[in-house]
Design a protein around this ligand. Structure first.
Ligand code: SF4
Ligand code: ZN
Length: 372
């Protein structure tokens, strides 16, 4: 680490202030949850480097993110759904997996080929999911084609990835990078790591990929890679700043070896967050869906799959346009996710595009939101 500069010093202060506010906001929650039940589970389909796959998405309840307990990210309310007071045992986590398998058996004709496991934290953090549980979960899904697990970059290493690739499962680690710009990640999102940590995690995945290719005991070498999750429009950025930040972030991620997919997701207003407080006091508007479409169009040529899954589209607390065109634009975004063809956006238009263009031109960080 080099000698602290005034900039680093100020960022440190900013984080302390954010953490303090977020700790206070999170302390308002009262919910508690059963450690034997997953937070959520659902079936869907997803675009992967091997084409579109049927997916089973699992949100494991692991006691919540440690960073969130320190205060954590300004937009993230997931911790409000976590088990109070700490860790969840191996047996309880395996019970959660059983509930998910039962849900799949009841609702799908055949097993999903893609498994996605999120924890509202870091699946690869052994204080959240121990090595025994990680290995048991890998074994449970050994017959599937691909798995995605979520983690902060600090916990990504080639040995943990090899727990999955040893069975021939293509393995991706989803990292909530949020943005490639360190200043925005620190000051607007309040995430503590740097783009360089993300690059290190990608290098670990690339090494795991190379080792899996050389594995003699499986029919075909499994792949390993990183899926970067980006956050469109964190608090304190005007619409045009958010768009510019996303375009450069997608370009920078796509250039990193080991990162094959970028999922760019518009911020929505979750309960018990700083974004929620700002929104309530007229200081935040989620991004326009036109902005999402614009970023996808502008980055269609990069060397990575780029997708977006706007949550809560069309609602005040989610990404939205004028309400009239929200479903149409959302559908175009979903089409783009599967086909990666930017011409899908030529087929949608609405009068509110002019309003969006004006917001892009005139909204600044001291007059926002210009339009609700
Ligand atoms: S976004 Fe991720 S790292 Fe940040 S508080 Fe939420 S779960 Fe933790
Ligand atoms: Zn419209």
């Amino acid at each position: 680490m080099s000698t602290p500069t005034p900039e680093v010093y100020e960022q440190g202060k900013g984080m302390d202030a954010h953490n303090q506010v977020m700790r206070e906001i999170r302390s308002r929650k009262e919910a508690s949850y059963d450690p034997h039940e997953p937070t959520r589970v659902w079936l869907d389909e997803d675009n992967t480097p091997d084409g579109v796959k049927r997916s089973l998405t699992i949100i494991l309840n692991t006691g919540g993110c440690r960073w969130a307990r320190a205060g954590g990210c300004t937009m993230c309310g997931y911790v409000a759904e976590s088990v109070d007071g700490g860790s969840v045992s191996h047996d309880a986590l395996m019970d959660q997996i059983d509930v998910c398998l039962a849900h799949e058996a009841d609702n799908a004709d055949e097993p999903a080929t893609l498994i996605k496991i999120y924890t509202s934290g870091s699946f690869l953090d052994e204080r959240e999911v121990g090595a025994e549980t990680r290995r048991a979960i890998a074994e449970t899904f050994a017959d599937r084609e691909r798995i995605v697990v979520e983690s902060l970059p600090d916990f990504v290493d080639r040995e943990k990835i090899a727990d999955f690739t040893q069975y021939g499962i293509d393995t991706d680690v989803a990292i909530g990078l949020e943005t490639a710009t360190d200043r925005v990640r620190h000051d607007c999102v309040n995430k503590y790591f740097d783009f360089a940590d993300f690059e290190d995690a990608c290098a670990e995945a690339a090494a795991a990929d190379a080792e899996a290719d050389a594995e003699p005991d499986v029919d075909r070498g499994a792949s390993a890679g990183i899926k970067a999750y980006l956050l469109m429009k964190p608090p304190f950025l005007a619409e045009s700043e958010a768009v510019e930040d996303m375009i450069s972030s997608i370009e920078r991620c796509a250039d990193v070896e080991g990162c094959h997919t970028v999922s760019m997701n518009p911020c929505n207003v979750q309960r018990y967050t700083m974004v929620d407080d700002l929104y309530f006091n007229d200081g935040y508007r989620p991004p326009w869906l036109w902005s999402v479409a614009h970023v996808l169009e502008e980055t269609a040529e990069v060397d990575a799959i780029v997708v977006s899954d706007p949550v809560g589209h069309g609602s005040d607390r989610g990404p939205h346009n004028c309400k009239e065109c929200d479903d149409l634009v959302q559908k175009a975004i979903k089409d783009f996710d599967l086909r990666q063809d930017p011409s899908v956006f030529e087929q949608v238009s609405c009068e509110c595009e002019t309003t969006w263009e004006t917001v892009m031109e005139l909204e600044t960080s001291y007059n926002m939101p210009l339009v609700r």
